[in-house]
Write a protein that binds this ligand. Structure first.
Ligand code: CU
Length: 163
């Protein structure tokens, strides 16, 4: 019973890929406050937004995303409530020098946890709304290939602490 339910949800998740053009329309209708278990088996923990030291600079978002679903999940974007634009970045070592590089998508194998943490993968959050204040909370929404979304509350932290 449980297995067939999971299979059914995979079929549903894969449908937007097939339909293509319908995907955007479907995404628009989706409520912003998706349940934390919107996609079976995927979960987010320890989400936080670290504010920039200088207003106008990007903030950084960190979290851990775990895939206990039936197959691979591919993270393709992370939106932050109060940020106009976001980018996923990785930090790569180039001959002893750390450099940021764009991360277009991140495959997460079944049973694995991907960590976005200081010094490694992170989400840059640009053009932050002034209402985002340390000690407060905002929401992040992860988008996966196929259109599944997963939202989580993120604590807002003062700059300088973790970096
Ligand atoms: Cu970056």
């Amino acid at each position: 019973m449980k297995k067939s339910a999971i299979l059914a949800s995979i079929v549903l998740a894969a449908t937007p890929l097939v339909l293509g053009g319908c995907q955007q329309e479907a995404a628009k209708k989706e409520p912003v406050e998706a349940a934390p278990d919107a996609k079976p088996g995927l979960s987010v923990a320890n989400a936080r937004l670290v504010l920039p030291a200088v207003r106008g600079n990007p903030g950084a978002v960190y979290f851990e995303v775990t895939n206990n679903g039936a197959g691979e999940a591919v993270l393709v974007g992370v939106a932050v409530t109060g940020a106009q634009e976001t980018m996923m970045h990785d930090v790569v070592d180039k001959g002893g020098v750390s450099e940021m590089s764009m991360l277009d998508k991140l495959p997460i194998a079944r049973g694995e946890t991907a960590s976005f943490a200081p010094g490694g993968k992170h989400v840059m959050a640009m053009t932050l709304d002034p209402s985002l204040a340390a000690g407060g909370k905002t929401e992040i929404t992860l988008t996966f290939a196929g259109g599944d979304k997963l939202s989580a509350e993120a604590a807002i932290e003062a700059p300088g602490g973790a970096n």
